[in-house]
Design a protein around this ligand. Structure first.
Ligand code: DAH
Length: 334
């Protein structure tokens, strides 16, 4: 057999042995037998000197090419066997209890939402729900927000790229319409839920956040009911030293409309006198018309506030993004 043929057959033998290795030691042993200092390829190299000058470079090249190919296979096989060696020998039973018992905790936003819901339930409010993917009718039109209103600006709203142009609700107020359309008054609901706006993320804004909507419809409802209810809930949530201030504002679905400012010791510590915390007002007669309630008979109020805002006040958090990063070191503190 010529040297070239022998190189090829040694290479084939090496390939077979390397590929057959089932554990790291047998792989290393095979590597040594072929590629090591005492290995078969070293022996073949030594024979080069006995060859005629013309064929020597060709044979040398063939040996080097074979060695390179085999080294690559060794590396690949080694990685595979190392990975296999690192895997557990027995299947893992993920249902076994942990060595350190820990059930985890509810996310701070969930805790705050639960507390707000509890406070309102005590006052007789039921929890209602609605879709996050909404249409313009429920999110804007029925709320008396005309098509040229700035709140409908494409800057603020995420639209879905399909022909019916659904959108991600920008506020939970859409659920007011859904609930009033589905049942006759009286109504006393709150709606916790996620909303979406095209805000760039910074310390106090995020493209998605959470709100609680409130709606009370009955006969002879007054702004006094609204103030008393909101004040009672905020004091329960954030302490007795809470003070609220109601300021005139504009929302298309309430008349009059008010904004609620909030203060307590923490707000003062942040160097502020008041923090804007909610929008509210008496339900606009046009909204009642839109859902088929007689505005001459029924009156009501509504409010909406951001849950993150309240959680930040409660816990003294200054960066909203902490709520969404799910860093266990942050979450463990609540
Ligand atoms: N939807 C308003 C917002 O997202 C908040 C709001 C204001 C809700 C007044 C209401 C309301 O129900 O009456 O900023």
């Amino acid at each position: 057999m010529s040297l070239l043929d022998r190189i090829e057959s040694v290479k084939q033998a090496a390939l077979n042995e390397l590929r057959a290795a089932k554990e790291l030691p047998s792989l290393e042993r095979a590597k040594g037998a072929f590629l090591g200092g005492e290995g078969q390829f070293t022996a073949l190299m030594k024979e080069l000197g006995t060859l005629a000058k013309e064929v020597r470079p060709l044979a040398g090249k063939a040996i080097n090419a074979a060695k390179q190919e085999l080294e690559a296979i060794v590396a690949e096989k080694r990685a595979e066997l190392e990975l296999r060696a690192a895997l557990p020998k027995e299947p893992t039973d993920f249902t076994l209890p942990g060595r350190r018992r820990s059930l985890g905790k509810l996310h701070p936003l969930t805790q705050v939402t639960d507390d707000i819901v509890k406070a309102f339930r005590r006052l007789g409010f039921a929890v209602a729900d609605g879709p996050e993917i909404e249409d313009e009718y429920h999110c804007f039109d029925a709320l008396n927000t005309p098509a040229d209103h700035p709140a409908r600006d494409a800057q603020d709203t995420f639209f879905l790229d399909v022909p019916s142009k659904p959108l991600l609700r920008t506020h939970t107020s859409s659920v007011q319409i859904r609930v009033m359309k589905s049942q006759p008054p009286p109504i006393r609901i709150i709606v916790p839920g996620r909303v979406y706006r095209r805000d760039n993320a910074d310390a106090t804004h995020n493209p998605t956040f959470h709100q609680i909507e409130g709606l009370y419809v009955n006969k002879g409802v007054t702004v006094g009911d609204l103030k008393g209810t909101v004040e009672a809930v905020f004091q329960e949530l954030l302490g007795k030293d809470v003070k609220l201030r109601f300021r005139p504002h504009y929302f298309s679905y309430t008349e009059p409309s008010l904004e609620i400012d909030f203060t307590n010791a923490l707000v003062k510590k942040l160097g502020k006198d008041w923090l804007e915390i909610a929008g509210c007002g008496m339900v606009h007669p046009q909204v009642f018309e839109n859902v088929g309630y007689d505005p001459e008979v029924w009156s009501g109020w509504a409010f909406g506030f951001g849950i993150e805002r309240i959680a930040m006040l409660r816990y003294g958090i200054t960066d909203i993004r902490l709520f969404y990063e799910n860093d266990a070191r942050f979450l463990k503190q609540f």
